[in-house]
Design a protein around this ligand. Structure first.
Ligand code: NAD
Length: 372
């Protein structure tokens, strides 16, 4: 395997730079092993970009992203920017880059390994075997709809947001959901609130219609409130969970706790071209700068980049196996270890990078022929 791969690094705020540094350690191992070149270019996004340039997504960052084949992002936001107008907040940097790159679907895998079921916030017997992919619509819905704002009416303030879904927005994310289900256990659970919201009624109607084109995939519908409950009660029954922007956002944080920590869940945001990879967690200001954050979600996001952008399934498998092995050895960062001995962010990254090298080496060794 040889070649040059251009990757934009957008570490962002809080623990973002800490976890991205560890993902880069792992990418460097893949690079050296496969004799290829990852050319990294770093850009500002979020609060650090506001401080330096007065905008959450500077033109230079957009240009770096446009010149890259894939983007690895840490997290944005923090209390020091919370008082800004909504359109000048760090989170706008993220929403804008998703929109500019046309990233309309966000994949969030949540898997519980048998040997690690005890890490879950829920009873191990319930979560053992959980393996779901949350497919979240990313460019529509209430996060983008207009009108929005805080207005004054009759001497009282009024907060307004609008949920809008057009047919084509639902169609394209539904197709991705059904296609993905075909590579897994062929089951799609579509989430909505069709008993109350018109946007959800259309969602259900369109998903059902698209589903007719995938007769080999089982489709069922759940209301968001019921789904939130069932995710805890019987998480193993879910395969692909197809949800709108806001419902997918909320359900994936909930599902992360099924896995044991928000620091374990990666994501891939895909459109037609350049894709963006990021952990699902935020900037965690409460632990930022203390070498305490779990870098695994960022490292697994880099693995998703190998799989979806660069078609390097072997490298992605190697990173995922390395993460499993290190965790099976009982190495955990503080939010999982609790009162036990915790590995720091940088130690965890180094262990996984080292283990990734071992797995890659084993992958490249010629398989022993069976005798007889
Ligand atoms: P958060 O995900 O940052 O933190 C929630 C809790 O999880 C905190 O207790 C934190 O310490 C812990 N946590 C998060 N990631 C962790 C990790 N890798 N290892 C160990 N513990 C981890 O969510 P929040 O507190 O609601 O938001 C903080 C800031 O992040 C806000 O400004 C918010 O807007 C922003 N945010 C950004 C993104 C993003 O960049 N994609 C996503 C969510 C929130």
């Amino acid at each position: 395997m040889q070649g040059l791969y251009r990757i934009a690094l957008l570490p962002g705020d809080g623990i973002g730079p800490e976890v991205i540094a560890e993902a880069v350690k792992v990418l460097r191992v893949i690079e050296s092993f496969h004799n290829l070149i990852f050319r990294f270019q770093t850009g500002l996004i979020g609060g650090c970009a506001i401080d330096a340039t007065a905008t959450p997504l500077p033109a230079e960052t957009v240009s770096i992203c446009n010149n890259s084949q894939a983007i690895l992002l840490g997290a944005v936001g923090g209390p020091q920017w919370d008082s800004k107008r909504p359109e000048a907040r760090p989170e706008q940097g993220l929403l804008q880059i998703r929109k500019r790159l046309g990233l309309f679907v966000n994949l969030r895998p949540v898997k519980v390994l048998d040997s690690l079921a005890h890490l879950s916030a829920i009873k191990p017997a319930l979560v053992r075997g959980t393996d779901m992919m949350i497919v979240r619509e990313l460019m529509g819905g209430i996060y983008f709809g207009n009108p929005r704002g805080i207005f004054a009416k009759n001497g009282e303030k009024m907060g307004v947001n609008t949920e809008i879904y057009r047919e084509h927005e639902i169609e394209r994310v539904a197709h991705r959901g059904f296609q993905l289900a075909r590579t897994r256990r062929r089951k799609v659970t579509s989430v909505d609130k069709a008993n109350v919201l018109e946007a959800s009624q259309l969602w259900r109607e369109v998903v059902t219609r698209i589903g007719h084109g995938y007769p080999d995939v089982e489709l069922n519908h759940l209301y968001i409130d019921n789904c939130a409950m069932q995710l805890i009660e019987r998480p193993t029954s879910f395969d692909v969970v197809l949800a709108s922007n806001m419902f997918g956002d909320i359900l994936s944080d909930e599902a992360a706790m099924v896995a044991g920590s928000i620091g374990l869940v990666p994501s891939a945001s895909l459109g037609e071209q350049t894709a963006l990879y990021e952990p699902i967690h935020g900037s965690a200001p409460d632990i930022a700068g203390r070498n305490r954050a779990n870098p695994i979600a960022a490292i697994l996001s880099a693995a998703m980049m190998m799989r979806y952008s660069f078609r390097m399934d072997g490298a992605a498998d190697a990173v995922e196996t390395a993460v499993e092995r290190v965790m099976k050895r009982g190495m955990h960062t503080a939010e999982i270890a609790g009162r036990g001995r915790a590995a720091s962010t940088s130690r965890m990254g180094s262990l996984i990078a080292e283990e990734t090298g071992k797995v890659l080496k084993a992958q490249s060794l010629p398989k022993k022929k069976k005798r007889g």
